[in-house]
Design a protein around this ligand. Structure first.
Ligand code: 8YV
Length: 321
């Protein structure tokens, strides 16, 4: 029998996934779950045919160039691949895969949770109760806005955007979207396509971000574009913090231009812009989009499916172009 391929797994994965890796591979499972430093990663990669990584491991052009020649593949435990320099990977002939589909439901749930939490001021309300600062009921106490029947604008209409739209229809929201191209009619349903973001923004009571972070989308939601939203709009982000200009968003929340924001992702996580913590109208979560028992198992299995295909001499199903 040929020796099983060696995999460096950079983070501690769910038990079910670790068992499968231990069964089928010679796997370095990083049981202690520390984030590997660049040097430690490169040192341990010397014994690896492939890496299974999370977005906490930045695969810059420099790191990719320094990878031992033996490493042929990077299987990402994430749908986002902005932590990998794809051009550098392609140049080196490094195969890169991700885990699409399996986390779309979980992430769309968090998008809806953020919309509701921001609109109904849930975080603020919870803080009030916990701090024993809830002293009254009154007809005008702690009023929020409803998402029911409002206009939702989706920036990006891929798998997660589409499921978010489906859930939002349950709240009778009117769906608008901006995407590189319009969806086929049967997928789009009643969702209205906008070729430009500038055209869509003035219509959005709620804006939810579902595009990948790329050179084109970095800082997409800047001060000029945020200014195009109606007064009192709500901004929700479950994609990547880099799509939003923090200073501009914080200023819009502070001035009351925006009613609220719901954020699950940030620039430079977990060391987020401190301005967010001071804003009562920012509803903040620690990157929980895919954080369910079911989804993390499914992501791990999908990441291993990609390794299995590659080492069986097949095209990995989720190879990133
Ligand atoms: C994860 C994510 O929390 O898939 C992504 O792109 O951001 C989330 O699913 C995390 O990146 C898992 O490694």
């Amino acid at each position: 029998a040929s020796k099983s391929p060696a995999i460096l797994v950079t983070r501690r994965l769910p038990d079910n996934v670790r068992s499968r890796l231990a069964r089928d591979y010679s796997a370095d499972l990083n049981e202690d779950d520390g984030v590997l430093s660049r040097d430690e990663l490169l040192r341990r990669a010397r014994d690896a045919d492939a890496l299974l990584i999370c977005p906490t491991e930045k695969m810059s052009a420099e790191v990719i160039a320094a990878l031992p020649e033996r490493v042929k593949m990077v299987s990402c435990f994430s749908v986002g691949v902005d932590h990998v320099d794809l051009a550098a990977a392609a140049e080196r002939g490094l195969i890169v895969t991700n885990t699409p589909d399996v986390l779309s439901d979980a992430t769309a749930e968090i998008a809806i949770l953020l919309m509701l939490g921001a609109a109904r001021r849930a975080g603020e309300g919870e803080r009030l109760v916990r701090a024993d600062r809830w002293h009254t009921w009154s007809p005008t106490f702690h009023l929020g806005t409803e998402i029911t029947g409002k206009r939702l604008g989706l920036v990006g209409m891929g798998r997660i955007g589409q499921i978010t739209a489906r859930r939002a229809r349950g709240f009778d929201m009117e769906i608008h979207y901006h995407n590189r191209r319009p969806l086929d009619a049967e997928l789009a349903g009643d969702a209205v396509y906008h070729e430009s973001l500038e055209e869509m923004l003035p219509l959005c009571d709620v804006l939810s971000i579902h595009c990948p972070l790329t050179a084109e989308t970095t800082g997409l939601l800047n001060a000029e574009r945020l200014a195009l939203l109606p007064d009192g709009a709500i901004v929700v982000n479950t994609a990547r913090g880099g799509v939003v200009d923090d200073e501009a968003l914080i200023a819009a929340l502070k001035s009351g231009k925006l009613a609220a924001a719901g954020l699950d992702v940030f620039n430079n996580e977990p060391n987020i812009h401190p301005g967010y913590r001071e804003l009562e109208n920012a509803f903040l979560l620690p990157h929980l989009g895919s954080a369910t028992v079911e989804t993390r198992d499914a992501m791990g299995f999908r990441a291993v499916d990609n390794l299995d295909a590659f080492f069986a001499g097949k095209e990995p199903p989720d190879r990133v172009a």
